[in-house]
Design a binder for this molecule. Structure first.
Ligand SMILES: NC(=O)c1ccc[n+]([C@@H]2O[C@H](COP(=O)([O-])OP(=O)(O)OC[C@H]3O[C@@H](n4cnc5c(N)ncnc54)[C@H](O)[C@@H]3O)[C@@H](O)[C@H]2O)c1
Length: 347
C-alpha cells in the first residue's frame, strides 16, 4: 500500500500516527473529510497482525464514517482511530489518557467514541486527555442499543422492498456476532417475532443469547450456509467475499458491521444474485446519530425520530438503485457523495 497515493485517490485529509513508549501506545487517527464539520468516528482496539493492516483499516473505516455521517444528515465529517493491541490484555488508564492527549492536539477536528474493543469506561480515560470524546459513562455511554434500533429499521425497509411487507414476524435472521450490537439487535428482533440463528467466536456469548431468546446456535463457519431471509453481519467487515458469496442462502444482507463488502465487485455480485444489500453505513448509523446528539442538548425524541428515519433513507437508496439501475451500494455512495459535495460547497 502506498499510503499517500491511496489517500490522494480517496481524498483523505490527514493520517496521524501516535506512539508513546511509557504508555505502551501505538495508534493511528485518520481524518477522511471535514467538509461537513469535525470528523466523528470511534476508536477501535484490535491486535492487528501488522502496522500495514492497522493503517489500511483506519483509512477504510474513516472514509466509511464520512459516508455514514453524510448519509445520516449529520453536520459532521468522517474519521476513525485505531489502537494496536489486544483489548483483553493491553488496556490501561495511561494508554487511553495518552491517546486522548494525542487527539487533543487535533484541536477538535476529530471526535472519538467507542468501537470494537473499546467501551464507555475507556472513553472516560480518554476524556482525561481531551474533551473531544463522546460516549463516556456520564454522557450517554454505549451507543450500541441505538445502532441496533437503526439496523432493525433498515431490515424493515429491505423487507418492504423485497417482498412488500416490512414485518419481521416469522422471518429467519442469521446474526453473525452477538457482541454489543448483535446482542441488542437479537433482543429487538425476538420482540418482533423473528426466528434467530446466531453465532459468535466467543462461544459463551452465543450460548447466552441462544438460551435467553430461544435462538438456534451454529458454529462461526456455518453461519454463511444458513437458509434465512436476512443475513445480519454484526462482527467484523469484509464478510461478503469470494468464499462466502457462493454460500449465502439469504434474500437480504443487512447488519451492523462496517465495510461488509470485501470489495465493490461483491456488491454488484449480490445484486446479480438477487440478494438485496442494505448498505452498511446507511443501516448502522443509529449509534452515531445518538452520539452526535450529545454535541447539542440531548433530546431522546429527536434521536428516535432520526433513527426511525433510517427506514426512509434505505427506501431512498433502493428507489434510486431501481430508477438508475444501480447496485444499492452505488446508489448509497451517490447520495452520500452529493451530500458531502454540498457540505464542501457551503464551507
Ligand atoms: N457499537 C456500535 O454502536 C457500532 C456502530 C456502528 C457499527 N458498528 C460495527 O458493528 C460491528 C460490531 O460492533 P460491536 O460494538 O458489537 O463489537 P463487539 O466487539 O462488541 O462485538 C463483535 C462480536 O463479534 C464476534 N466476532 C468476531 N469475529 C467473529 C466471527 N468471525 N464470527 C462470529 N463472531 C465474531 C466477537 O466475538 C464479538 O462478540 C463492528 O463491525 C462495528 O464496527 C458498531
Amino acid at each position: 500500500m502506498e499510503l499517500l497515493k491511496d489517500m490522494e485517490k480517496h481524498d483523505f485529509e490527514q493520517l496521524v500516527v501516535c506512539q508513546d513508549r511509557d504508555a505502551g501506545l501505538k495508534a493511528a487517527v485518520a481524518i477522511h473529510s471535514t467538509a461537513r464539520g469535525p470528523a466523528l468516528g470511534g476508536t477501535r482496539m484490535w491486535p492487528y497482525a501488522s502496522e500495514y493492516e492497522a493503517f489500511k483499516d483506519v483509512l477504510r473505516l474513516a472514509r466509511g464514517m464520512s459516508y455514514k455521517n453524510a448519509m445520516a444528515g449529520l453536520p459532521l465529517g468522517g474519521g476513525k482511530g485505531v489502537i494496536i493491541g489486544d483489548p483483553e490484555k493491553d488496556k490501561s488508564e495511561a494508554l487511553f489518557r495518552t491517546y486522548g492527549s494525542f487527539i487533543d492536539r487535533l484541536q477538535g477536528w476529530y471526535l472519538t467514541a467507542e468501537d470494537v474493543g473499546t467501551c464507555p469506561e475507556d472513553m472516560d480515560c480518554i476524556a482525561c486527555g481531551t474533551k473531544c470524546v463522546l460516549g463516556t459513562t456520564g454522557k450517554g455511554g454505549d451507543p450500541s442499543p441505538w445502532t441496533a434500533r437503526g439496523i432493525r429499521q433498515g431490515m424493515k425497509a429491505a423487507l418492504s422492498r423485497f417482498c412488500g411487507k416490512a414485518d419481521l414476524a416469522g422471518r429467519v435472521v442469521a446474526v453473525q456476532g452477538v457482541g454489543h450490537v448483535g446482542a441488542f439487535l437479537c433482543r429487538l428482533l425476538a420482540e418482533d417475532g423473528a426466528k434467530l440463528v446466531v453465532t459468535d467466536i466467543n462461544q459463551s456469548r452465543a450460548e447466552d443469547i441462544a438460551s435467553a431468546l430461544g435462538a438456534e446456535k451454529v458454529a462461526p463457519e456455518e453461519i454463511f450456509d444458513v437458509s434465512c431471509d436476512i443475513f445480519a453481519p454484526c462482527a467484523l467487515g469484509a464478510v461478503v467475499n469470494d468464499d462466502s458469496i457462493n454460500r449465502l442462502k439469504c434474500s437480504i444482507v443487512a447488519g451492523g458491521a462496517n465495510n461488509v463488502l470485501a470489495e465493490e465487485r461483491h456488491g454488484y455480485e449480490l445484486a446479480e444474485r438477487g440478494i438485496l444489500y442494505a448498505p452498511d453505513y446507511a443501516v448502522n448509523a443509529g449509534g452515531v446519530i445518538f452520539l452526535a446528539d450529545q454535541l447539542e442538548t440531548y433530546d431522546p425524541d429527536k434521536v428516535m425520530q432520526r433513527i426511525n428515519g433510517i427506514y426512509d433513507t434505505c427506501m431512498e437508496i433502493f428507489g434510486l438503485a431501481e430508477k438508475e439501475n444501480l447496485a444499492p451500494f452505488v446508489a448509497a455512495d451517490t447520495i452520500a457523495e452529493q451530500r458531502m459535495a454540498k457540505g464542501r460547497a457551503e464551507n
